[in-house]
Design a protein around this ligand. Structure first.
Ligand code: 5BU
Length: 267
């Protein structure tokens, strides 16, 4: 199916260059799964991507989680991700002032050279988005920022009155913003967020798992189908896949469910 048909109004309204790349990738892969590859060794990460690569649309990393990281091995991992037609999303949760965030896109990890999408808190003000985009521009790249409008973890402060609304107003008109992080564990909160965001930006959701309920250390989970019907455009799944005995099969099951639900939503 054509992306315009699958994504409807979101396809026409989006204004960040990475968004259409993602939407097209989802249609090629028939999956809205963003794999949270939270493993601590390069070998583990390589194995995981070999297994699940065909069933996911994007690879979410925490580059500073890896014990045996080297620039060379990371470069090869990114090449593997590209060979699997994946966007690379570094969930760095930048939070500093614009110029420092720009500098943090460089540094030892040089995120600006390999990440297509990064997360940021808006706590320091809206200029962080321009700082991160300047980081990409410094090496002739472009990318998209996902602003944290909600979080999945218990007791987080983004639910304090007015925070989510301020985040949406700060990001909605900025073409550097790819979208917002919404809370996948609470479909009602997500529905509210979607109403505020409209069709111009995507919403990606962590806190989704086929096994609904409370996770470890304050993580909460909702069902991926509920999240997509409530307005999520990408389901971020980590331990639900990488801790299973058969990550490839489980990723395929998440992919099928996510794609079927997207078609149901658009149709
Ligand atoms: P899990 O194993 O599916 O619970 O992993 C969730 C991932 O999503 C993990 O990498 C977190 O850093 C990430 N995450 C989250 O869980 N909740 C949030 O609100 C945000 C990110 Br933002």
């Amino acid at each position: 199916m054509e992306p315009a048909e699958v994504w409807g109004a979101r396809w026409d309204a989006c204004d960040n260059p990475m968004v259409r790349r993602y939407m097209e990738g989802v249609c090629r892969k028939q999956s809205l799964v963003i794999l949270a590859a939270d493993l601590r060794t390069m070998a583990g990460l390589n194995d995981l991507i070999d297994n699940v690569g065909p069933h996911i649309a994007a690879l979410k990393t925490h580059v500073d989680l890896v014990d045996d990281w080297t620039a060379e091995s990371w470069g090869l991992l990114c090449e593997k991700a590209s060979a699997h037609d994946l966007l690379i999303f570094e969930d760095r949760k930048f939070a500093d002032i614009g110029p420092i965030s720009r500098g943090q896109m460089a540094g030892a990890y040089d995120i600006r050279t390999w990440a297509n999408v990064v997360t940021a808190h808006g706590i320091s003000g809206p200029d962080i988005v321009d700082g991160l985009c300047a980081g990409w521009n410094d090496v002739g790249n472009e990318g998209g920022v996902l602003l944290l409008a909600q979080m999945s973890s218990r007791g987080n402060l983004l639910g304090l009155e007015g925070y989510t609304d301020s985040m949406v107003s700060a990001g909605i008109a900025n073409p550097g913003v790819f979208g917002f992080i919404g809370n996948g564990s609470r479909a009602d909160e997500l529905t509210e967020l979607r109403t505020k965001v409209g069709d111009r930006k995507l919403i990606w959701t962590p806190g989704v798992n086929l096994a609904v309920g409370d996770g470890e250390m304050g993580q909460r989970y909702g069902h991926p189908r509920d999240a997509i019907l409530a307005g999520s455009d990408g389901i971020i799944v980590g331990s639900g896949i990488y801790k299973s005995e058969t990550p490839g099969d489980v990723a395929e099951a998440y992919a099928k469910l996510s794609w079927d639900t997207l078609l149901e939503r658009s149709g």
